[in-house]
Structures are given as C-alpha cells and as structure tokens.
Ligand binder design. Structure first.
Ligand SMILES: Nc1ncnc2c1ncn2[C@@H]1O[C@H](COP(=O)(O)OP(=O)(O)O)[C@@H](O)[C@H]1O
Ligand SMILES: C[C@@](O)(CCOP(=O)(O)O)CC(=O)O
Ligand SMILES: [Mg+2]
Length: 397
C-alpha cells in the first residue's frame, strides 16, 4: 500500500486518422492532448473503499469484507487476457445495485472501477482500504478518450497500491514516469477497463493515454512516433452526447450488412493513416505551411469516409462547413455521432482567422479551444507538483 497515498494522471487524446477502422485491424494515428484526468488515492481509515467520481456524479463506498467476499465468488472470472464475461458484469451490477441494462455514464464508471479493483487485487494483493477521487479536464463522452484516461489512472493507482509496479518518484522530483515494462502492465489492465466501458475497444485510446506523445496503433502493435511535429489543432465540442459503445456496434453491424462496400472504405482509411504517418515523420519539428495541403486533404477524405460508415452527425457536418468557410479543414475525432471535431491550423493561420472561426463555431452552440498535442502519458505526481486548481478539485470533489 502506498503509505501517504498517491496522485496519478493520464492524458486525453485525439485520433488524427483511423477511428473505428482500428477496431477492425486497420492502423490509427493518435496524439495525446494537453488535457488530463487525475486520480488521488489516499489510505482509508476503517476497512472501507470509497470512490468519488464528480465527472459522472458518483459517490459510493463499500466495506472491504463485502468486496473480498464478492471477489472470492468471482475469482475464476478475473482473466485479464479475456473480455470480462457477461456473468461477471451482471454479478458486479447486482452487487452495486446497477440495473442490468444500465449503460449510463455513472453505471459504466462504477462497473469499470469495481472490476479493476477486484481483478487487480485478486492477482496482486488485497482490496485497498482507501479513498479514491477522480477529476478530469476532459469532457466525458466527447471523443477525447476520457474513458481511457480514467481506466489508465485506475490501473496505475491500483497496481502501484498492490505493489505490482514501483514508485518511480525520487526525492525532490515532482513527477515521474514508469518503466516500459510497467507501462505495458498498466496499459493491459486499462484495456480491461475500456472493455467494461466500451464493449469492444481497439486499445488505441488506452495506449496513447499510457505512452503519451503520438503513436501509430494497429492490432495491438504500438509504434511511438520519434518526434511529434508541432501541429496546431482547434478542438471543437459539438456537445452532442453519444456513446462510443453504441457507435462501435453500429459500424460492426454495417460491415456485416455490406461487407463489399464497407471493407474497401476501411482499407481506404487505413491508407489515409499510413499516408498521414509518412507526412508527419517527414515533417521538421516546426513545419512550414507547404506541408499542410496534403494533411488537409486527408482530413477531408477521412471525414467523408466516416460519414459513409455511419458515425457522422449533422452537428459535425455543420462544424466542417463553418471551418471550411474560413478556409480550414476539420474532421470528427473519436467515435463520432456528435462529440468533438478537430480542425487543422496552419502555421500561417492568423490569430484573427482563428478567432473568427471560433466565433462562428461558438455561435453554433459549440465549445472550442486550442490545445497542444504530444503530452506525456501516465504520470505519478508528488502532491506538491499539482497546480492549485487540481489540488482544490481533488480535495473538494
Ligand atoms: N473522469 C471520469 N470519471 C469517471 N468516469 C469517467 C470519467 N471520464 C470518463 N468516464 C467514463 O467513460 C465514459 C465515456 O467513455 P466514451 O463513451 O468512450 O467517451 P470518450 O472516451 O470519448 O470520452 C463515461 O460515460 C464514464 O463512464
Ligand atoms: C471509435 C474508436 O476507434 C475510438 C473511440 O474513441 P472515444 O471513446 O470516442 O474517445 C473505438 C476504439 O478504437 O476503441
Ligand atoms: Mg472512450
């Protein structure tokens, strides 16, 4: 058990290309965002596990004997190489008093929390007597990988508390990262948490939340890009709620219904990811405008493909039209169906042009902001390193 408790964080992400296709074995390019989820775990007093998830309105606590008994009943099912079984999830729902068909944000968050607490403690130690609070800078359900950032924070905190991974923080350090081997373990358990939340995730989201930076992901293979060019991206949240789980199922159904139509589209998205990766890897650290026309064309082609596979939305079409009227190119990011879009800003895109585009996007009821990309992955913090906003949020949540 970490004596004085711990604070971990993990970044959100944008998928530049490859969302949905990556679920079907194609390549995706994802970059970590400068927006993070934070988890604080403090040792608890009496034998209780308490969790506060203000992002989804959850405040729950359970006595450890009850959790240990539940774990004992389910132990055979905690195989981290396989998706959590329907029976296991039903048992967790019943224990937590969650309706069987529940897929609301709070229900999925509690399910993922309980699954990871019991499964990790079943393998590496005991259920911790602790007070856990999670707070995020990311909008949930908007395509920025909030579920993965949440799962990665949970995995890192629980594995550290069970002693399965080290405490890499040295005296005087404010932040530290884990070793490659430890991040692989964190990522594999975070993928299990994503399986509870998403149903059939590809693993790209938890990979980029773990390793950070920019990476190409395909069928479990992760290739971090050596250098992340300084791309300026405008993030726009249409605020249209949607469920990644539902959208991923919809694409699968369309592939089964029209394989000869859909598979070539997935192959084309795969080729777009490859092409984009080649361009990014050829870019200097601070690319000049001439590199951008091809990136903009790839955005446009991919956005059309995403509409064809059924994950577009009128709000995203409107986003693309508004930015196009300012000479900018956008596409949805993440599962689509609403949520966020990303707009590529060239180095010579003036502040005035960006402000004009933001003004028109906000007039649509959207929320937009520029953020940097290539952020570090899962991180262990000394509490002194956290800024006042995060400290306040974690203490007040
Ligand atoms: N900060 C958080 N605290 C608790 N649960 C979270 C948090 N962020 C995300 N989640 C869980 O992840 C779900 C959103 O995942 P998803 O539909 O994949 O959207 P995205 O990953 O694009 O944000 C939420 O409904 C909730 O269950
Ligand atoms: C649609 C998908 O490709 C990305 C989902 O991203 P998000 O959960 O919307 O942030 C699903 C996946 O890769 O697991
Ligand atoms: Mg997600």
């Amino acid at each position: 058990m970490a004596e004085r408790g711990l604070v971990v964080s993990a970044p959100g992400k944008v998928i530049l290309h490859g969302e949905h296709a990556v679920v079907h074995g194609k390549a995706a390019l994802a970059v970590a965002l400068g927006l993070r989820t934070f988890l604080c775990l403090r040792p608890g007093g009496e034998e209780r596990l308490r969790v506060r998830l203000p992002g989804v309105g959850v405040l729950r606590s359970w006595d450890l004997p009850g959790l240990r008994a539940l774990r004992g009943r389910l132990e055979a099912d905690f195989d981290e190489s396989k998706p959590p079984s329907a029976e296991l999830l039903e048992a967790l729902k019943e224990f937590a008093g969650i309706p069987a068909e529940a897929s609301a944000p709070d229900s999925l968050a509690i399910l993922a929390f309980l699954y990871m607490c019991l499964a990790i403690s079943a393998k590496y130690g005991d259920v911790p007597s602790a007070d856990i609070v999670v707070w995020s800078e990311l909008p949930t359900g908007a395509g920025l990988g909030s579920s993965a950032a949440y799962a990665v924070c949970l995995a890192a905190a629980l594995l550290r508390t069970c002693g399965a991974i080290s405490c890499p923080l040295k005296d005087g350090e404010t932040t530290a990262r884990w070793t490659e081997e430890e991040m692989t373990l964190i990522n594999s358990w975070a993928f299990q948490g994503e399986r509870v939340i998403h149903g059939n995730p590809s693993g790209v989201d938890n990979a980029v939340a773990t390793w950070g930076g920019a990476l190409r992901y395909q069928s479990g293979k992760i290739k971090s890009l050596k250098r992340v060019p300084t791309l300026r991206i405008l993030l726009t949240n249409t605020k249209v709620p949607r469920s990644t789980k539902v959208l991923v199922v919809g694409v699968k159904e369309k592939i089964l219904k029209f394989p000869a139509i859909m598979n070539p589209v997935l192959d084309s998205i795969d080729a777009i990811s490859q092409e984009c990766q080649s361009v990014l890897e050829a870019m200097p650290a601070n690319p000049s405008p001439e590199y951008y026309p091809v990136l903009e064309e790839l955005f446009d082609i991919n956005q059309h493909h995403l509409n064809v596979i059924g994950v577009g939305h009128p709000s995203l079409d409107r986003l693309c039209r508004v930015t196009a009227s300012h000479g900018l190119h956008s596409k949805l990011t993440g599962a689509g169906g609403g949520g966020c879009g990303i707009t590529l800003l060239r180095p010579d895109t003036t502040l005035l042009a960006v402000e004009a585009a933001k003004r028109d996007l906000c007039a649509c009821g959207f929320e937009c902001w520029e953020t940097d990309i290539g952020a570090p992955g899962v991180t262990l913090h000394s509490s002194s390193s956290l800024n006042a906003q995060v400290l306040h949020a974690l203490s007040e949540s």
